[in-house]
Design a protein around this ligand. Sequence first.
Ligand code: HEM
Length: 188
Amino acid sequence: MSLMLNNPKVMVKVRDEIDSYIGKPIRLIEASDLLKLQYFRCIIMEKLRLHPPTPLLVPHESSIDCTVSGFYIPKGTMLLVNTSAIHRDPKIWDKPTNFIPERFEGEKCEGNMAMPFGMDRRRCPAENLGMQMVGLALGTMIQCFEWERVGEELVDMTDGFGLTAPRAVPLEAFCKPRQSMVTLLSEI
Ligand code: HEM
């Protein structure tokens, strides 16, 4: 939400995508809609690239002696994967600190380098559930409300300290129900 408040055109584009997919009669976004909302998926992935909830994944341990990219790693070494750094590596990403959801469109190889859920055997087993929870919560907020920053200045995106990358400054924003959603919201 913060990234979209700082990039209102993205918010308008994704709201249009949701509105045109849901069509008439208006209903709330559902889990089964999420697979069809490709641009919305790109937004969530771009958020997870810029601010992965677990920036160092979880600690792993090498079960055998091995060599990775020329580095000898003895059995029993604790290994941390710095996804935050990988996700902002200028050798991989064009304008790495910019919020550009389009980089996840189609089969662009740039987008394939994001690993907010880890990789391979220890990859998050609940990736689909996680994407669904984020998609439904964020999608409903976008679909039902108009959002605005509290002032002219951009939302402060500085990361705070903590296991799951909290923000340094909690988000404050204005919101009001969208005119087209008032009736539906009053029936909930
Ligand atoms: C957007 C939401 C989520 C993100 C970004 C996320 C991310 C991650 C990451 C990065 C790991 C570590 C992978 C590794 O070390 O290679 C992980 C592991 C795990 N996650 Fe998630 N996760 C999310 C949601 C969830 C949810 C909703 C659940 C459970 C209901 C869950 C359950 C687990 C479990 C059990 C592991 C450990 C897997 C293992 O060690 O084999 N995650 N997750």
